[in-house]
Structures are given as C-alpha cells and as structure tokens.
Design a protein around this ligand. Structure first.
Ligand code: ADP
Ligand code: ZN
Length: 611
C-alpha cells in the first residue's frame, strides 16, 4: 500500500477495517457524502450501513455525529471502533458522572473521529450549542424509521432531530434504515428536511438467510431436532407467542443440554438485562423470547431465529428473522406453523375493537403471512414480493427451492371435511372433526350422536395429521372460517358451497416430514460447533474452535462481547487459511492495522500450534 492510498476511502477501508473492497452501494454512498451530499440510505440488516458513515467521518475533517436509539447498541459500536483504532465515544444518559464532560471536551478539542449520541441527549439544552463549537464532518441518523409514526418503532425523541438540517445547513446529513416502506421513507425525508437528499435503496433481500417453514407436529421436538442437526453450539433466538411458553421452552431446552434463557416483559428488568447481556457476551446461548426481545440486538453471529409460533405479520417476521446472520454468514430462519397459528391469525383480523379500514389492513397482512407459510414456491419471492420487489428469480436458498413441494388433488378430501363441518352444525373444532372423519367413536363423539352422521368414518384414506393439514389448508384458502368468539369452532365460508358442488378443484401441499432433507441432504453429519464453521475440514474445525476459545477469553478479559474482538467470518478465514506470517494474516478480511498490532501474534501462535 502506498502512502497515497491511505487517504482514499479504499485505503481507509483496508487499513482501519481490514476489508479488501466495498460492498454494494457503499462506495457510491461514501463518495457522495465525502463530497458534502445528504443521503437517505435503505439497506437490509447486515448490508453494511455503518461503514457508509464511518468512512466519510474518518475522511472528512471534523467529527462525525451518529444518532442511534439504543445505548447498548451504541456501546458495542464504540467498542468495536476502538478495537479498530478509531477515536470514538458515546454521549448518553448511561454515562458515569464526569464522563460526559470529558467526552464533550474531547469532541471540542478535535480528539474524536466519531461521537455516538442518543436522541434525548441531543435534544437537551446545550447539546446543540456544544456541537456548534465543534468542527463537524457529518450527521448520521441510524434507525431513521424511528422518526416516523408510519414506521414500526416510532420514538418521540427522534422528532427533535428535525432541527438538525436548519441548524447545520452546511453539514452533510444521512438517514439510514433497514426497513421503511414508501410512506415511511417520504416521512423520513420530510421530517429531517432531506427533500434534496440522494436516495440509495438496496432492497430487502437477505441472501444468507435460509427460510424454512415446517408443519407443526410437536413443535418443541422439531425444534430440538433442527438445533441438534444444524446448530449444535450456536447462538440463536427462539420466539414464542406467550410468556408461559417462553418459560416452558427455556426450561425444556435446558433439560436437553442447551443453555437457554427466557426473556419476556413479565420478567424483572434486572433478569432481562442479565439474560440479554449473557446472550451478547457468551457463546452458544439461546434466548427464548416473546417479541419483547430484539429491538437493537446488534449481535452479529446469531446463527438462527426460530419461531415456535407464527409471527403477527410479514413485517414482524422480516424484522425478527433479520436478527440472524448480520455477519453475512449462512443463518437460518425456521418456523413451526400449524392449524392453531392459522386460527389465531384469522381471529386477529376479526377483532371487534378496530374500525373497518384497520380491519381490512389487518386482514391483508394476516393473509400475506398465511400465504407465505402455505406457498409451494420460493419463500424469498413471497417475502420480497410483499415488500414490493417482484423481480426476484427463485432463490435456491429456501426449503421450497431446495426441495420442491409435492401437491395432491384434494377436491374429494375437501368435500369430506367440509361436509363434516356442515353435518356437525358448524361449531366444532378441528380435532372433533378429525374424529368424525376417521371414525373415532370417542365418548364426546357419541354424546353428540356424531357417530351416526353420514360423514362418520368416511376419511380412512388419511390419518389424523393428514386431516389436520387439510383443515388448515381449507382455512388458509378461505373455504373455512374460525368462529369469531375464539372457541375453536369452524364454519363454512361462502366459497365452500362451490367446493361441495364440485365446481372448483383443490390442490393441497403434501406434508410428509422433510426438514432433514432440506439442507444437509448430502448425508453429512451436522457440524459439532455450528453452521458457521460447517464447511471447514476437520483440522480447520479444530483450529476454529481453538480460535473461538481464545476470543472468548480475550472478550472476558476486556469485558466486551466476543464479536467486537473479531467476527466469526474473520476467525473462520484464519482457520481455513492457517496464515504463517503477519502478511498472510493481514490479508484476511476484518483484520485492520490496529487489530493486527494487538492480536496478530496471538492468532499466529494459535494457527501454528494446533494440528
Ligand atoms: P448493518 O448496520 O447494515 O446491519 P453493518 O454495518 O453492521 O450492517 O455490517 C454488517 C457486517 O458486514 C459487519 O460484520 C461488517 O463488518 C461487514 N461488512 C460491511 N461492509 C463490508 C465490506 N465492504 N467488506 C466486508 N465486510 C463488510
Ligand atoms: Zn427460494
């Protein structure tokens, strides 16, 4: 590298961050902001937004101000930058006494490159005055969708940021977010006075996520089989609908040898904080949580997000699964989905306390989620299509692409099921209907005289789970309706009449268990320490484990999360390439000058010692 290179974006990318090249639109964005332009950046999680403001902050004279909503997230970013040798600090309400004054002085004296500020801190009297006394390189508003009421995480204290453009008209202003639909985008631009800003939109795709939906049989057993086969030793998140199932599942996983911690809004704040902290700082921890968990979780090596119950809608699903694989390595989005999920989704949209318009929106959202779960074609196409990206080819990285779904001609079966609903008076639940269909004369069936109706026992061709699958798909296709009271009863929808008349033909997806074949179908055994290292040969695998152990020690010593020291991807490359010299080590992505100085010798020693 020549000295000239040191002061170009690429030079700084290599020297400080240890990356060889830009990704996607990073270079364009960086150049645009260095030249003084404003920007709105829409990039999926893991797309590399941070470098888009970090590099211009390092390359423009003065201090870069980053507004970020969560203190924990800020701390991670500052720690990671310091590891890379960048002069970074944070200003927020979590600082020890005296620290804020010290940080402000450093900012004024030009002793900082990047300053992370919480929005409420920025709104405090005196903060803007303080910034006026600094030389400023740029403002970056991270998680910019928080400014909009249309967005999913509206935060009142973000609205004060509207003043920045007026107060600092000469300083480039950037708004960055991973999720903003059309109205939210326009709102961001308006509220931040970014009407003239250039928009960089990278789309929503997360190519490294493998999407999979498995029919619900015994959800916990299915989850455990998935974890054992593909994520032994990996860290991940399991989402459940209720606090109760969060607790049960955490205990259940614990009894089966996994380190699983519960997280929901009913736990004391102190317990939640402790569990979150362990999740961030230790390896291999599974968090079992309600949707209360996750906002601002910046852990880069979450290897899977599993839904034991279907999420509320596709936005929520995208957000929640988006927490996996921020480091760009393969990660799994796994969902267990069944009749109960369809029923609760359909009921949600019948909720009586919402007005017509709202109900229509809720219905479309629930239908889109059901459609995603039921689809026999590419999941990614379904997901991205929902966000308005309709041009994607089949992805090759979801369950349906990997192993096409068989379907079967189900008109007769559908007629049998619908007729069972009709003849029992349109008020019984799925399990009762299944008993009727397969001819299971239980005490309850006899009590209602349902062993004497014409449909009793007509469905010997399928077993109970086969019929449950038919009933679920009839609900999903809109031929059955759940009773609005939520007692689990089923009634015919208007369209059922046509099915019964034989005027339409129905097809159903076949649901033989197929999860084992979906990913590791080549007969290889699951890796001992998780999917990230899955492609390593046994020697490299041993080395990767030694490197992980070293990183954990180092992280404990410095009281930092391990991924702040090195990302998995970097250590995996070290394991794969086994560098024998400082030069070879410096070549590995994610090892910049500062980390080379600090850790180079330790890494080389480990690479040399293990066999
Ligand atoms: P986002 O904020 O968009 O979710 P990050 O900025 O945290 O994403 O980046 C995601 C991951 O990608 C990080 O591990 C980061 O180090 C890595 N990364 C970003 N840009 C590059 C690049 N040009 N080359 C290699 N890795 C990169
Ligand atoms: Zn696909």
């Amino acid at each position: 590298m020549t000295d000239d290179d040191q002061h170009t974006p690429l030079g700084v990318l290599r020297r400080v961050f240890g990356y060889g090249s830009f990704r996607g639109q990073q270079q364009e964005i960086v150049d645009h902001v260095i030249a003084g332009g404003d920007a709105i950046v829409l990039m999926p999680t893991g797309g590399g937004k941070s470098l888009c403001y970090q590099l211009p902050a390092l390359l423009r004279p003065g201090l870069g101000i980053v507004v970020s909503p969560l203190i924990a997230l800020m701390k991670d970013q500052v720690d990671a930058l310091r590891q890379a040798g960048v002069r970074a600090a944070a200003l927020n309400s979590g600082l020890p006494a005296g620290e804020a004054g010290r940080v402000e002085r450093a900012a004024r004296d030009g002793a900082l490159d990047l300053l992370y500020v919480s929005p409420e801190r920025l709104a405090m009297p005196g903060c803007l005055d303080m910034l006026r006394r600094c030389r400023l390189a740029l403002f970056a508003i991270d998680e910019a969708h928080c400014i909009s009421q249309w967005g999913h995480d509206f935060r009142r204290d973000y609205q004060a940021l509207g003043i920045l453009k007026e107060s600092f008209p000469e300083t480039p202003l950037m708004a960055l977010t991973a999720t903003a639909d059309g109205p939210t985008r326009r709102d961001i631009a308006e509220q931040l006075h970014l009407g003239a800003a250039r928009v960089f939109a990278a789309g929503y795709d997360r190519p490294n996520l493998f999407y999979r939906v498995v029919p619900k049989r015994n959800a916990k057993d299915d989850l455990l089989r998935f974890l054992d086969a593909e994520h032994a030793g990996d860290s991940g998140i399991v989402y459940c609908l209720t606090r109760r199932s969060v607790e049960d599942t955490a205990v259940w996983l614990g009894q089966r040898g996994r380190e699983a911690l519960p997280y929901h809004a009913g736990l004391p704040a102190e317990t939640r904080a402790r569990h979150q902290d362990r999740f961030l700082r230790e390896e291999g921890i599974i968090i079992v949580a309600t949707v209360a968990f996750g906002m601002g979780i910046d852990k880069s090596n979450v290897r899977f997000v599993a839904h034991l119950d279907a999420p509320k809608n596709l936005e929520a699903y995208y957000q929640e699964t988006g927490r996996a694989g921020r480091d760009g390595l393969p990660a799994d989005a796994w969902m267990s989905y069944g009749l109960a999920d369809v029923m609760s989704l359909l009921r949600l949209m019948e909720a009586s306390d919402i007005d017509q318009r709202q109900r229509r929106i809720e219905r479309q959202k629930a239908e889109a989620l059901i459609g995603f779960c039921e689809t026999v074609s590419c999941r990614r196409q379904a997901l991205l299509g929902y966000f308005g990206e309709r041009e994607h080819p089949p992805c090759g990285n979801c369950d349906n692409c990997r192993e096409p779904v068989a379907s079967w001609e189900g008109t007769i079966a559908a007629q049998k099921a619908l007729s069972a609903v009709y003849r029992t008076g349109q008020r019984f639940g799925a399990h009762h209907l299944v008993d009727v269909l397969v001819g299971n004369a239980t005490e309850r069936i006899r009590r209602f005289g349902h062993d004497r109706i014409k449909t009793f026992g007509v469905g010997a061709e399928l077993d109970a789970s086969g019929w449950l699958s038919v009933i679920r798909q009839l609900l999903a296709q809109g031929h059955l309706l759940p009773d609005p009271e939520g007692h689990g009863g089923l009634a015919l929808a208007p369209s059922a009449a046509e099915v019964l008349r034989g005027a339409v033909e129905l097809r159903f997806r076949s649901e033989a268990p197929r999860e084992r074949k979906s990913r590791k179908s080549d007969g290889t055994k699951g890796p001992a320490s998780g999917a990230a290292g899955a492609t390593l040969d046994p020697v490299a695998q041993t080395l990767w484990e030694a490197l992980r152990a070293w990183r954990l020690d180092e992280a404990r010593r410095q009281e930092l999360p391990p991924y702040v020291i090195f990302h998995d991807s970097t250590l995996i490359e070290v394991a794969r390439r086994r560098p024998a010299s400082v030069e070879a080590l410096a070549d590995i992505p994610g090892i910049g000058r500062s980390k080379l100085d600090r850790y180079g010798m330790a890494l080389l020693a480990i690479a040399a010692s293990e066999t």
